[in-house]
Unconditional design. Structure first.
Length: 209
C-alpha cells in the first residue's frame, strides 16, 4: 500500500511538472506522458490523483488561484475593519497578492507569468467551479467597497472597471518581452514591484475617471 506521504509527494510532483509544461507549451499540446515523465511518476497516477488530464489542469489552476484569492479576502477584511478604503488601497489589495504569489511560486517568475497568461488567454473551457466560487466571493467583497470609494458608480460599472484593470495587469505581466522589443531598448528590465506601481497608478486614474 502506498504511504500517504509518498502519495502526496507524487501529487505535488505531478502538479509542479504540469505547471512547468503548461507554462512552456500551452494546455492543449502537453500530454499526460510528458507530465508523468517529468514528475518521475507512472501514467496511471494522473487518473488516481486527479481523475483525468482535465482534472489535473483544474488542480493546477486552483493551486495558483487559491492563495491569491485567500490573500485578497484577508486584505479586504483588514480594510473593512479599518473603515472606508480609497480606490488605490482597494486596487493594491486586489493586485499585490498576485504579484506576491508570482515571487513566492516554486516556478520561476517568468514561467509563472507565462502560466498565468495561458490561464487567462489560452484555456478553452470554463474555470473549475472551485475557482469560480473564489472569484465570486472576492467580487462580492470588492465591488461594494469600490462603489463606496467611488460614489455614483453602479455595480455594473465597477465590474467593468475591475475587468479592465485586471486586463492591464495581465497584459503587462504576460507581454513585457514584447514591449521591450517594440521599444527598441527604451524599455528595459525592472523589478516586479516597480512595474506593479506603474500598473496601479494607471488603473487608479482609470477607475476615478
Amino acid at each position: 500500500m502506498v504511504s500517504t506521504d509518498k502519495a502526496n509527494g507524487t501529487k505535488v510532483a505531478l502538479m509542479e511538472a504540469a505547471s512547468t509544461l503548461f507554462a512552456e507549451k500551452g494546455f492543449e499540446v502537453v500530454s499526460v506522458r510528458e507530465i508523468t515523465k517529468l514528475a518521475k511518476a507512472n501514467v496511471a497516477s494522473v487518473k488516481y490523483h486527479f481523475g483525468s488530464r482535465e482534472g489535473l489542469i483544474d488542480a493546477v489552476v486552483a493551486r495558483m488561484a487559491k492563495p491569491v484569492n485567500d490573500e485578497r479576502l484577508r486584505r479586504i477584511e483588514d480594510l473593512e475593519d479599518r473603515g472606508e478604503a480609497t480606490v488605490r488601497e482597494l486596487i493594491v489589495a486586489f493586485f499585490e497578492p498576485l504579484c506576491s504569489q508570482i515571487q513566492n511560486s516554486p516556478l520561476s517568475e517568468k514561467l509563472f507569468v507565462k502560466l498565468m497568461g495561458r490561464v487567462v488567454g489560452d484555456r478553452p473551457y470554463e474555470f473549475p467551479e472551485e475557482v469560480m466560487g473564489q472569484f465570486r466571493e472576492v467580487a462580492s467583497r470588492y465591488v461594494p467597497a469600490f462603489m463606496e470609494a467611488c460614489p455614483g458608480l453602479s455595480a455594473d460599472e465597477v465590474f467593468w472597471r475591475i475587468h479592465f484593470s485586471f486586463g492591464v495587469l495581465a497584459n503587462t505581466l504576460t507581454h513585457g518581452d514584447l514591449l521591450k522589443k517594440i521599444s527598441a531598448g527604451k524599455v528595459g528590465d525592472e523589478k516586479l514591484p516597480v512595474t506593479l506601481k506603474r500598473v496601479i497608478d494607471f488603473c487608479e486614474a482609470g477607475f476615478r475617471q
